[in-house]
Design a protein around this ligand. Structure first.
Ligand SMILES: *[C@@H]1O[C@H](CO)[C@@H](O)[C@H](O)[C@H]1NC(C)=O
Ligand SMILES: *[C@@H]1O[C@H](CO)[C@@H](O)[C@H](O)[C@H]1NC(C)=O
Ligand SMILES: *[C@@H]1O[C@H](CO)[C@@H](O)[C@H](O)[C@H]1NC(C)=O
Ligand SMILES: *[C@@H]1O[C@H](CO)[C@@H](O)[C@H](O)[C@H]1NC(C)=O
Ligand SMILES: *[C@@H]1O[C@H](CO)[C@@H](O)[C@H](O)[C@H]1NC(C)=O
Ligand SMILES: *[C@@H]1O[C@H](CO)[C@@H](O)[C@H](O)[C@H]1NC(C)=O
Ligand SMILES: *[C@@H]1O[C@H](CO)[C@@H](O)[C@H](O)[C@H]1NC(C)=O
Ligand SMILES: *[C@@H]1O[C@H](CO)[C@@H](O)[C@H](O)[C@H]1NC(C)=O
Ligand SMILES: *[C@@H]1O[C@H](CO)[C@@H](O)[C@H](O)[C@H]1NC(C)=O
Length: 284
C-alpha cells in the first residue's frame, strides 16, 4: 500500500467534513465545552459500560467494594439510574462508529509504543557495554533483564508480523518528524527576529544568548531531517492537503474520512487524518 497516498486522500476528505462540522459547531458553541464532543461521549460510553459490567459480576463487585453491602447497593442504584443514558448513547450508530475508530486508534498507538519499548529492550540486552553501564555490572540484574528481553522477543515478532500495524507505526513516526520540523523552524525563525526575541525575553541578553545558542543546535537537527527527501515529500503533501479547497477534496471524500472529520471537528486536521488512516487500515 502506498501510505502517503492513502494519507493524503483521507486528509483531504477529513478536512472537508471537519469544515462542515466547524460551521455547525459555531451555531451551537456549547457543544464542546459541555462535554458532548464525540470524544467525551465515547469516554462516557466506555466508563458506563465498564461500570455496568462490574455491577453484573457479584464476585468482582463485592471484592472491589470490600464486601460492604451499603456501598454495593449504592453502586448498583447508580448504575440502574445511568442505564438510560448508556442506552441512548449506544443506540446512536454514528457515534458508535466514531468511538470504534477512536478505540482502534488508541489501541494501535499503544501497540506502537510497545513495539518501540521492546525493540529498545532487546537492543540493550544484546549490548554488553550498555548492560554493564545500565546495571552497574550487577550480574543478577543483568540476567533477569536479558530473560525479560527474550520473553519480549516472541511478543515483539507477533506484533511486527502485523503489517497494517507496522505501516501505521511508521506513519506515526513520520508525522512526529513533520511536527518536529515545524517546531524547529519556528524556533530558528524566532532566533533570527530581534523584535520577537526582545519581546519574549523582555530584553534579557543572557536569556537571548542562551536561546540563540539552542537555535543553532535546532538548525543542525532541522538540516538533518530536511536532507531526507522521502520525509520532506510526505510532510509537504500533508501541509498542501490541509489547505486545499473543498472542491478538490470532495472527490476524495469517503466514509472513513468523514468519520475522522467528525471526531476531530474542532480543526485538528492532522489528527483527523491519522484517525482516517486508522479506519482505513484496521476497520473498513
Ligand atoms: C467475575 O469476575 C471474576 C474476577 O473478579 C472473574 O474471574 C469471573 O470470570 C467474572 N464472572 C463473569 C460471569 O464474568
Ligand atoms: C460502607 O460504605 C458506605 C458507603 O460508601 C460507607 O459510608 C461506610 O462507611 C462503609 N462501611 C464500612 C464498614 O467501611
Ligand atoms: C449521534 O451522535 C453524533 C455525534 O455525537 C451527534 O452529532 C448526533 O446528533 C447524534 N444523533 C442523535 C440522533 O442523537
Ligand atoms: C493488527 O493490529 C491492529 C492494531 O492494533 C489490530 O486492530 C488488528 O486486529 C491486528 N491484526 C491482526 C491480524 O492481528
Ligand atoms: C552499545 O552501547 C554503547 C553504549 O551505550 C554504544 O556506544 C554502542 O554503540 C552500542 N553498540 C552497538 C553495537 O549498538
Ligand atoms: C545485585 O542486584 C540484586 C537484585 O536487585 C541485589 O539483591 C544484589 O545485592 C546486587 N548485588 C550487588 C553486588 O550489588
Ligand atoms: C527518511 O524518512 C522516512 C519517512 O519518515 C523514514 O522511513 C526513513 O527511515 C528516513 N531515512 C533516513 C535515512 O533517516
Ligand atoms: C518578528 O516578530 C515580530 C513580533 O513577533 C513580528 O511582528 C514580525 O513580523 C517578525 N518579523 C519577521 C521578519 O518575521
Ligand atoms: C536575565 O536572566 C538571567 C537567567 O535567567 C537571570 O539570572 C538574570 O537575573 C536576568 N537579568 C535581568 C536583568 O533580569
Amino acid at each position: 500500500m502506498q501510505l502517503t497516498n492513502v494519507f493524503v486522500s483521507f486528509l483531504l476528505a477529513a478536512a472537508v467534513s471537519a469544515k462542515g462540522d466547524n460551521k455547525a459547531a459555531k451555531g451551537n458553541s456549547t457543544s464542546a465545552s459541555t462535554g458532548t464532543s464525540v470524544k467525551s461521549q465515547c469516554a462516557s460510553i466506555a466508563k458506563l459500560t465498564k461500570m455496568t459490567n462490574l455491577a453484573a459480576n457479584e464476585t468482582k463487585l463485592a471484592d472491589k467494594l470490600h464486601n460492604n453491602q451499603t456501598a454495593i447497593d449504592a453502586f448498583k442504584a447508580k448504575i440502574t439510574s445511568s442505564q438510560t443514558k448508556l442506552t441512548t448513547l449506544s443506540s446512536n450508530t454514528t457515534l458508535m462508529a466514531s468511538c470504534a475508530v477512536i478505540a482502534a486508534h488508541e489501541d494501535a498507538v499503544d501497540s506502537c509504543d510497545s513495539i518501540a519499548k521492546m525493540e529498545k529492550m532487546i537492543a540493550t540486552a544484546a549490548n554488553t557495554t550498555k548492560l554493564n553501564t545500565e546495571f552497574k555490572g550487577n550480574a543478577t540484574k543483568i540476567s533477569s533483564f536479558t530473560a525479560k528481553a527474550s520473553a519480549a522477543a516472541t511478543k515483539l515478532s507477533a506484533l511486527q508480523s502485523n503489517s497494517s500495524l507496522t505501516d501505521f507505526c511508521s506513519t506515526q513516526t513520520t508525522l512526529a518528524s513533520c511536527k518536529t520540523m515545524t517546531q524547529l523552524q519556528k524556533e530558528i525563525a524566532m532566533a533570527g527576529n530581534t523584535t520577537a526575541l526582545d519581546a519574549k525575553f523582555k530584553g534579557n541578553s543572557t536569556k537571548i544568548t542562551k536561546f540563540t545558542a539552542q537555535a543553532a543546535k535546532a538548525q543542525t537537527k532541522l538540516d538533518a531531517l530536511m536532507s531526507n527527501s522521502t520525509l520532506m515529500a510526505t510532510c509537504a503533501s500533508l501541509s498542501k492537503a490541509s489547505t486545499t479547497d473543498s472542491t478538490t477534496a470532495g472527490a476524495a471524500s469517503t466514509t472513513k474520512a468523514s468519520l475522522a472529520g467528525r471526531i476531530e471537528s474542532s480543526g485538528g486536521m492532522i489528527t483527523a487524518a491519522v484517525l482516517a488512516i486508522t479506519a482505513a487500515m484496521f476497520m473498513l
